[in-house]
Design a protein around this ligand. Structure first.
Ligand SMILES: [Zn+2]
Length: 293
């Protein structure tokens, strides 16, 4: 279960008080989700610079304060821009300073589909920007139809299992936005350094990993089930392979059950058919008898 991350220390995070944001006066913990200001007093929040300018297109139907995209903005403020769809995109593209921002020559979109290329197959020479979409699947299709987005060359990352605690019903490989950003940059840095990766962007998961561990500890300590995601809380002696093995076993059992059900159904149908035949015969015989009489 451990990702072996090189993270800044979590020391003091638990004791951090809620604070009022100096800009908007909202009461928050760690950072303000409106202004992206860090509010920590005790813990030192890590700050990163990413190797590409990062645009996160956010659909306003989803609350930005609930999105993990904010982690990227708070942890790498110079490199990350969160853009509200569609008005934020209008403003950005109209601004002459940013006319490169959504130019298909220098900008890629992370989106898995048939035409998207893996990182190793991209010509990175002219690439300066990478775009991520932060929305539900339903809203994503709307964003993808936008003329400024639809012509961007698409890239994809490998398959990873999400560790997100918020329930979603689209499968374990559907990542939280910060996980997608992290794995993208991890693969990008590894590719640029000829296969070597030394934790350069691990701190993108600073708040995510902290919350993940907090939930794991809390539910283990209180021996409570984590109801909305099955198997989310992992025992210390249990690793992913065990869980996968268990899941495979369960899958097999399910298959067997299905097979059984099918067989029962078939035998019932056969029984019914035989019954029907017998009935028909009887009717025939009665008819014959009647005729004879
Ligand atoms: Zn604020």
């Amino acid at each position: 279960m451990s990702l072996d991350l090189k993270l800044a220390s979590f020391e003091g995070l638990e004791e951090e008080p809620r604070k009022k944001c100096p800009n908007c006066e909202r009461s928050c913990k760690f950072y303000c989700p409106n202004c992206f200001t860090i509010l920590n007093e005790i813990n030192k929040t890590p700050q990163l610079t990413l190797p590409l300018k990062t645009f996160i297109v956010h659909h306003p139907k989803e609350k930005v304060s609930k999105s993990t995209a904010i982690h990227a903005k708070v942890l790498a403020p110079e490199s990350v821009e969160i853009i509200e769809f569609p008005h934020g995109l209008d403003t950005l593209v109209e601004n002459s300073e940013n006319d490169q921002a959504f130019d298909p020559e220098s900008t890629l979109l992370l989106f898995p589909c048939e035409e998207s290329k893996p990182i190793s197959e991209v010509n990175w020479e002219k690439i300066q920007n990478v775009v991520f979409i932060d929305s539900t699947w339903f809203q994503t299709s709307k964003i993808l139809r936008d003329p400024r987005i639809k012509d961007l060359p698409k890239i994809q990352i490998n398959n990873y299992k999400t560790r997100f605690w918020r329930y979603q019903n689209v499968g374990v490989h559907c990542l939280a936005t910060i996980e997608a950003i992290y794995y993208f940059f991890k693969e990008f840095v590894t590719h640029k350094n000829n296969g070597k990766y030394e934790g350069q962007v691990d701190n993108l998961l600073f708040f995510f990993e902290y919350t993940f561990q907090l939930i794991q500890k809390k539910y283990k300590r209180e021996k409570r089930p984590f109801k909305h995601i099955k198997g989310y809380i992992k025992n210390d002696d249990e690793n992913d392979e065990d869980v996968e093995e268990n899941e495979k076993e369960k899958e097999k059992e399910k298959e067997k059950e299905k097979e059984k059900e099918k067989n029962t159904e078939i035998s019932e149908i056969t029984k019914e058919q035989t019954q029907q035949k017998t009935n028909n015969k009887e009717i025939e015989q009665t008819k014959k008898k009647k005729k004879l009489n």
